[in-house]
Design a protein. Structure first.
Lengths: 486, 69
């Protein structure tokens, strides 16, 4: 079978598989709003882990991280992977576990709905929805671009980027709107297995390819001969102490603030399932991030001279150069799987928030579900249009959104762990944090400067977080004690 | 050990891990250990395995299931 046919067959098989899963989940999803939006709050350990990990990992890891490691070397692993291996599980405990229990108690189906009911304030829900939407749309653009770039490179320009991106959106919308949360969680199991398995397998294939058969040790020696600095950590930019701390905060705290992650935590069947996920997280991060970073580092040896965002293509270039056609096709499917496992969750979550937080939930649950489906299509169209006018590299776009989400974490944390925290504190925190964040972005150099220092060497995210905490405390304590819990 | 002491120990453990992650006091070399493992990667992987152990302990001892929010 020639490479083009192999690629087409693999792609068709993958699309049919995820659509079949979506179709299979349709019957149960249509039973009630809770089934459609939260899979009946019954995700067990395996599905929950794959749903969370699959949602957490997108083009940012498979395309953006190799692209960044191409320029910055192993430091990309050092500044990202360890701190999220610790921070994400701890935020699952601090925010996710109580959010799951309170959501079930209130009958809330979206994060904005949960906090709105927690404070007895519609304003909190609408405000959360607004910022969730802003940052999630940006994040979704990175996912689409990652898939589109990869498809374009793999087909040697045969599939224009806009066509690839549109096709990915259409498939994701179809199976998501068919089967709701259950479809996205089940497809995430398939998708996670594809991209995690692929990355672990090709680690050794790429090492052999780059070193002409001398394996990992040969590939590492080649890197040292080519540019030894790639095996260390830079001491400027993102790797300077203040930026290192700021970025660590951003990438750790941002994940729990993704609405599409929090809603999956709300769908967990028990605390026990959540605990199991937390135990597995560090090992899964090692399994995914080591190959992702090494693809970029070894790619710098194999394809020197790429500049700027051109390095986002290194994953596809390595796959095309060193993998047999079948594995190369699987490489594209891995990116596609990582992208779609996040995209479906984002589409479903934003659709559910439009349906339940902006509009009043319908008395007829079937109408609620149909509204969610229609809004999924609206969101997909909005993402496509936003993508067509965007211009930043994947990593830069993601970092704007990642840092922005962090401005919401004081509200998310205090809302679960501080009894006196009230609606006034939440509104103040969100508004002040975002105002300061955008001021800091402007100070750092503009909208694409989330990774550049604003004041005293700290990144904009740090200032947004500090302002959010201050706003939460001052807003809550000013005006005396208020009723905070239903 | 009381609940309070377990929680204190958990905070202390997290603080130690954070200090070890902010390792600007460490000489960051580019040597290959055992001929294939970059020193920087070895340090980070060791840290992550320590984190794995910490989280296993945390989930078993500190995390109270279905505690009141």
């Amino acid at each position: 079978m020639d490479p083009a046919t192999t690629f087409a067959v693999a792609l068709a098989a993958y699309v049919l598989l995820v659509l079949a899963v979506g179709w299979f989940a349709t019957r149960r999803a249509s039973a009630s709003s809770e089934e459609y939006f939260l899979a009946g709050r019954g995700l067990g350990t395996l599905v929950l882990f794959m749903a969370l990990f699959g949602t957490n990992c997108t083009a940012f890891v498979l395309v953006g991280i190799p692209g960044q490691a191409y320029h910055d070397g192993l430091g990309v692993f050092s500044v990202n992977a360890p701190i999220i291996a610790l921070g994400i599980p701890l935020t699952f405990w601090a925010i996710g576990a109580p959010a799951r229990r309170l959501a079930a108690q209130y009958g809330a189906m979206t994060p904005a709905e949960l906090y709105s009911r927690r404070f007895g304030s519609r304003a909190v829900g609408v405000l959360l929805f607004a910022f969730y939407t802003l940052y999630t749309l940006l994040y979704m653009v990175t996912a689409i671009r990652g898939a589109a770039v990869t498809l374009n490179v793999v087909t040697e320009g045969g599939v224009p980027e806009w066509v690839g991106g549109a096709a990915v959106l259409v498939v994701a919308v179809v199976y998501t709107s068919l089967g709701g949360m259950r479809a996205t969680a089940w497809t995430n199991v398939v998708q996670g297995a594809i991209f995690l398995g692929f990355m672990m397998a090709v680690f050794f294939v790429f090492a052999d390819g780059v070193s002409d058969g001398a394996g990992v040790s040969g590939a590492m020696r080649k890197v040292r001969e080519h540019d030894a600095a790639l095996l260390g950590v830079k001491d400027a930019g993102l790797y300077a102490p203040t930026a290192w701390t700021s970025w660590g905060l951003a990438i750790t705290l941002t994940v729990i603030a993704f609405p599409h992650m929090l809603v999956r935590l709300m769908a967990a069947e028990s605390d026990r399932a959540l605990k199991n996920v937390c135990r597995l997280y560090p090992i899964a991060i090692i399994a995914l991030w080591v190959p992702a970073v090494m693809i970029g580092v070894w790619g710098a040896v194999a394809f020197p001279g790429l500049e700027g965002r051109d390095s986002d293509q290194i994953f596809s270039m390595m796959a095309a150069e060193y993998l047999p056609p079948a594995l190369s096709a699987l490489g594209f499917l891995a990116v596609l799987a990582a992208v779609m496992s996040t995209l479906d969750a984002q589409i479903l979550t934003l659709g559910s928030m439009l349906s339940r937080d902006v509009m009043t939930p319908a008395d007829d649950e079937r109408r609620d579900i149909w509204r969610g489906r229609v809004f999924s299509v609206v969101i997909a169209v909005a993402v496509f249009l936003l993508w067509q006018v965007g211009g930043q590299s994947i990593f830069s776009l993601a970092s704007i959104a990642f840092s922005g989400y962090v401005t919401l974490t004081p509200t998310l944390l205090f809302g679960m762990r501080w009894r006196r925290f009230n609606a006034r504190g939440a509104v103040t925190s969100i508004l002040v944090a975002n105002a300061v964040y955008f001021l800091a972005l402007a100070r750092a150099g503009g909208i694409g400067s989330a990774k550049d220092p604003a004041w005293l060497g700290f990144l904009p995210v740090m200032w947004g977080l500090v302002a959010g905490v201050a706003g939460a405390v001052l807003g809550t304590l000013w005006g005396g004690r208020a009723a905070t819990r239903a | 050990m009381s609940t309070t002491n377990r929680q204190r120990l958990a905070w202390l453990g997290a603080a130690v891990l954070l200090v070890l992650h902010h390792d600007f006091w460490r000489e960051r070399g580019v040597e290959l250990w055992f001929g294939w493992l970059p020193e920087e990667l070895a340090w980070r992987l060791a840290w992550m395995l320590l984190t794995f152990g910490y989280l296993v302990w945390f989930c078993a001892v500190v995390w109270v299931e279905d505690e009141a929010a």
